[in-house]
Design a protein around this ligand. Structure first.
Ligand code: 4AD
Ligand code: MG
Length: 480
């Protein structure tokens, strides 16, 4: 028994073999040609039926979306674009699909909008586009583990339920076993969490970094790879309420080494996908090119998907400080002509995705790493620079995406870290366990976080983050 992908890649070497294949019918033409797909790859296998030899009641059950098993002989195909096909001898129907009902779904073989695909998320795995994206997602996840394991990192699992807000941004989902329905409505903000399951208020993790740092302070180099939750109510094409983050943390790394690692790591993952997902990326490239044709001229990408990936692989990322970036943005035509929604007028403002994308797509036309951001707009744990104004933060910005990675060198000096926490009104006691890492043999260390879905967006050329995760969780959407 072969998967369809294995059989097709064997090609003419498989001629005359007797084989069994199983899959779902993509189409059945002229009562004679079945196009079969089993999910192993983007290409369908053609099955040819000699209808004189088949029971017509079986043929009636071969409908789009139905699942079947075919036994037959591999023969040379006369069809264009395929080397081989199967002459069926025996067919078994596993599950019939009613054509009238199929017509109402995205299983109907025609081009459906991505919105429609999202409405039937549970059926998306049967479509070419989504299945290709999921195979790329799988390859990238595997590449991530491979990269770190080849480079001396240990995979550690940080908790999903925590009592802290690692990013200090207050974007958390509370975890409770209270039945809030039984509490008086006007009293829900006075919930006494000391009576709750953990004896304190807890939430779903927004980042495994703080726990990851404690692990790196013993294991040297670690990475986490897990689900991450943010209750930021931003309904954008780049944000999910539940996403997957990869967070390496390295003892004895300064910011430069951290940036070097981020660049090398991203290139490794992208190269892995290019090497292992050729058919899927060819398919997604065609899709990308068609999509570009529909776009207005100023939004059209000059490169196709393959070229975009090759460009990132073959060029060193531009590195510049926040201060330099602000100077460029201030002087830019876009800023002077009032094209930014948030004009850049002074040093210290947070950069919006329109600014990041301007730098990457218009100014440099290259991935960009920005570093040394104003302390005020970044998280409490980042290392303060000599100027007392900026911190050793870095963001990696990608074309079409904006921020793909955020990271920093950490503040390893206990007193300075405490001062910072105090100035932000943070409770030292709550983070005693974290501060201990700075008491018992503190070391300079760094790390970063990569959003898996943002990397998949880039590699697949898709434009909405909901289309690269199996079950997207976004405001008002947690149904399936
Ligand atoms: O920049 P962020 O918030 O950094 C951290 O969480 C740090 N603790 C990471 C670290 O230094 N260990 O998030 C890191 C990355 C972003 O660059 C982005 O790719 C992704 O996580 N990300 C999201 N992806 C999808 N949906 C969201 N709501 C995301 N928020 C962040
Ligand atoms: Mg960030």
């Amino acid at each position: 028994i072969y998967s369809i992908k294995q059989l097709l890649s064997k090609g003419k070497k498989a001629l005359h073999e007797e084989v069994t294949v199983k899959g779902w019918v993509r189409s059945f033409r002229s009562n004679r040609f079945i196009s079969l797909n089993d999910g192993s790859g983007i290409n369908n296998l053609q099955i040819v039926i000699d209808f004189n030899n088949f029971d017509p009641t079986i043929l009636k059950q071969i409908t789009t979306a139905s699942s079947i098993r075919v036994e037959g002989t591999v023969t040379e195909s006369e069809g264009a674009g395929q080397e081989i096909e199967i002459i069926a001898k025996k067919i078994k129907i596993y599950g019939y699909a009613n054509p009238e009902e199929v017509q109402e779904t995205i299983l109907q073989p025609k081009r459906h909008s991505l919105e429609k695909l999202r409405e039937q998320a549970h059926l998306r795995f049967r479509t070419n586009t989504f299945a290709a994206i999921m195979r790329v997602r799988n390859a990238l996840s595997f590449a991530i583990h491979q990269y770190f394991n080849q480079n001396g990192f240990f995979y550690i699992n940080t908790p999903i339920i925590t009592g802290s807000d690692a990013e200090g941004a207050g974007e958390m989902f509370t975890v409770t076993n209270f039945d809030l329905n039984h509490l008086p409505k006007d009293n829900q903000d006075k919930v006494d969490f000391s009576q709750d399951f953990f004896g304190k208020k807890t939430n779903l993790t927004v980042s495994g970094q703080l726990e990851g740092e404690t692990a790196a302070m013993g294991l040297g180099k670690i990475y986490t790879f897990g689900p991450t939750f943010r209750a930021e109510n931003s309904n954008t094409t780049r944000h999910l309420a539940e996403f997957w983050m990869i967070e390496p943390e390295m003892a004895f790394y300064d910011l430069e080494k951290n940036i070097d690692l981020a660049e090398d790591f991203l290139k490794y993952c992208i190269q892995y996908a290019v090497d292992h997902c050729k058919d899927d990326l060819d398919f997604l490239n065609k899709r990308f090119e068609e999509e570009q044709k529909q776009k207005p001229k100023e939004e059209k990408s000059e490169q196709n998907l393959h070229e975009k990936l090759e460009f990132v692989l073959n060029n060193k990322f531009i590195r510049l400080s926040y201060t330099e970036a602000v100077e460029i943005l201030k002087k830019s035509k876009a800023n002077q002509k009032g094209k930014f929604k948030y004009p850049i007028d002074e040093w210290g403002v947070d950069l919006q995705s329109e600014h990041e994308r301007y730098l990457v797509e218009k100014h440099f036309k290259s991935p960009v790493v920005l570093f040394d951001y104003p302390a005020k707009i970044k998280a409490f744990y980042m290392r303060l620079n000599e100027d007392q104004k900026t911190v050793r933060a870095m963001d990696v910005l990608f074309p079409g995406i904006g921020e793909i990675i955020g990271g920093s060198q950490r503040e390893e000096r206990l007193e300075i870290l405490k001062q910072k926490m105090n100035s932000l009104g943070m409770d030292e006691k709550e983070l005693n366990w974290y501060l201990d890492t700075r008491k018992y043999g503190t070391v300079p260390h760094s790390g970063f976080g990569l959003g898996l879905e943002r990397l998949i967006l880039f590699v697949t050329g898709m434009s909405n983050i909901r289309d690269v995760i199996p079950f997207p969780r976004t405001p008002n959407n947690a149904d399936f």
